[in-house]
Design a protein around this ligand. Structure first.
Ligand code: GLY
Length: 393
C-alpha cells in the first residue's frame, strides 16, 4: 500500500491546482449509494462491469476466474467505505468481497488473478486489517507464481493463447500484478518464498524486451517457450503493433512506480520516469486535455474515442511517482490536472448514470466497450482521489 510523503520536497497544499478533492470524493460516495440502490436485491456474485451508450445502471458479469474485472467493484466499495464509513457500504463491500473467494480457491486461470485479488481482498485488508482477507490475498500470490516461467523470466499472462501467439506471452498489464507478489513477500518478511525474486525478474525481463527505444511499450511480448528468447512485440487491444495503446502505457507507468516502491532500486525509478515522460509528451501532442485518446496512434487523432480509464491509472501512479523524484512537481501538477479534467461535466457521469466517469474504451479492436463507463476507470479514479486527499498538508 502506498502511503504518501516519502522523499522529495514536493508539497501538496489546497492551493495547488485549486482542486476540491473532498467535493469529488463526496460525488463518488453519492454515486456508489445510487449504484447500490440500483443493485438491490443484491446478488453478490454479479459484479458491475460497464454502462454502455444511454444506459443508466451497471451491466453485471458473474464473478469468475475468466472475468478479469471481478475485483474492481469490491475495491471501489472498500475505498468508498474508507472515505465515508457508511455501514451500508461496509456490508456491501464484505458481501461482494466474499464472492471472490471461490476464484482464489480455483486453479489459476491466467495472470488476471492478480488484479482480482489485489482489488478485492488486498484492498479490503488494507482498509480493515481483516486476517481472513490477508490469508486469501497471500493464497492468490502463491497461486499466481505458478504461471512464472523461469526460462523466460516472466509470468505467462494467457496460458490459453500460447498457440495463438506462437509462444509464451506476457502482456504489459501483468506489471500491475507484481504488487501482489511484493506485498506478500513483505507480509512474510521475505522468509518463506521466492515471490520477491520472481517479481523483480519479471520487471527486469519486461524492461529489457517489452519497450521500444523511446520508452513506449508493446501490449504483448512473445517469447520462445523453450529457449526463453524474445520473439516479437505485438498488440492485442491497441491500434497497431507499433502504436502506443494508452492504457497499456498507463499500466507500465503504474507498474514501474510500484516496483520502485517495493525495491527502492533506482533502475526502476529511472524507468518509471522514462515511460511516463514519453506518455506525457505524446499526450500533449495528441489530446485536447489530460485524458488521452484510446491509442495515441489512432489515425483519427482527436476524433478518436477517449480512454478516461488510462488517465485515472496514470493520475494515481503520478501522485506516487512525484514523491520519489527531485523534479516531482511536474508529475504532481500533471496528476492534478488529470483529476481536474476528469472531474468536469465532460467526464463525470453525474445524473446520466450511476458510475463515476464516462468515456473509457475497453477493447477497441474487438468493438467492445467503446466510449463507455467501465468499472476500472472508477476504481483508479477514487484511488487517485484518496491518495491526493492523504497527501494534502
Ligand atoms: N487488462 C485488460 C485491459 O486493460 O483492458
Amino acid at each position: 500500500m502506498f502511503v504518501g510523503n516519502h522523499v522529495s520536497g514536493v508539497v501538496f497544499t489546497k492551493e495547488i491546482g485549486q482542486f476540491n478533492v473532498n467535493q469529488q470524493l463526496a460525488y463518488c460516495s453519492s454515486q456508489v449509494d445510487k449504484a447500490l440502490e440500483s443493485l438491490r436485491p443484491y446478488d453478490f456474485t454479479m459484479m458491475p462491469r460497464n454502462i454502455l451508450r444511454e444506459g443508466r445502471t451497471w451491466n453485471l458479469r458473474k464473478a469468475k476466474p475468466e472475468e478479469w474485472c471481478s475485483g474492481f467493484w469490491p475495491g471501489i466499495l472498500w475505498m468508498a467505505f474508507d472515505y465515508n464509513k457508511s455501514e451500508a457500504v461496509n456490508k456491501a463491500a464484505i458481501g461482494y468481497t466474499e464472492a471472490i473467494a471461490p476464484i482464489i480457491n480455483s486453479p489459476v486461470f491466467d495472470h488476471d488473478l492478480g488484479f482480482i485479488a489485489i482489488n478485492s481482498f488486498l484492498k479490503g485488508y488494507e482498509v480493515t486489517k481483516n486476517e481472513h482477507y490477508k490469508q486469501l490475498a497471500l493464497q492468490a500470490a502463491d497461486s499466481l507464481i505458478t504461471l512464472f516461467t523461469p526460462t523466460v523470466g516472466t509470468i505467462l499472462s494467457w496460458p490459453r493463447h500460447v498457440k495463438d501467439y506462437g509462444g509464451h506471452n506476457t502482456i504489459m498489464d501483468n506489471m500491475m500484478n507484481l504488487e501482489l507478489l511484493f506485498w506478500a513477500d513483505k507480509e512474510r518478511h521475505s522468509q518463506t518464498s521466492n515471490l520477491y525474486d520472481i517479481a523483480v525478474r519479471h520487471a527486469d525481463t519486461t524492461m529489457k524486451n517489452h519497450f521500444r527505444p523511446d520508452g513506449s511499450c508493446y501490449h504483448v511480448a512473445v517469447y520462445d517457450t523453450l529457449t526463453g528468447k524474445f520473439i516479437k512485440g505485438v498488440t492485442h487491444q491497441g491500434y497497431a503493433d507499433y502504436s502506443m495503446w494508452s492504457r497499456g502505457q498507463a499500466w507500465a507507468i503504474y507498474g514501474y512506480t510500484m516496483v520502485y516502491r517495493y525495491t527502492k532500486n533506482k533502475r526502476f525509478l529511472d524507468f518509471a520516469q522514462k515511460v511516463t515522460d514519453i506518455y506525457l509528451k505524446r499526450l500533449h501532442e495528441t489530446s485536447d486535455d489530460m485524458v488521452p485518446i484510446w491509442d495515441m496512434d489512432d489515425s483519427r487523432g482527436i476524433a478518436a474515442p477517449k480512454d478516461a480509464s488510462a488517465a485515472c491509472v496514470v493520475a494515481s501512479a503520478l501522485l506516487e511517482l512525484c514523491q520519489y523524484v527531485k523534479d516531482g512537481d511536474r508529475y504532481r501538477d500533471a496528476a492534478i490536472q488529470m483529476l481536474r479534467d476528469l472531474s468536469t461535466a465532460r467526464y463525470q457521469s453525474r445524473d446520466k448514470n450511476v458510475s463515476f466517469l464516462m468515456h473509457s474504451t475497453g477493447h477497441h479492436p474487438a468493438g467492445s466497450e467503446i466510449d463507455a463507463s467501465i468499472v476500472y476507470a472508477d476504481y483508479y479514479y477514487i484511488e487517485a482521489l484518496l491518495k491526493y486527499k492523504n497527501l494534502l498538508q
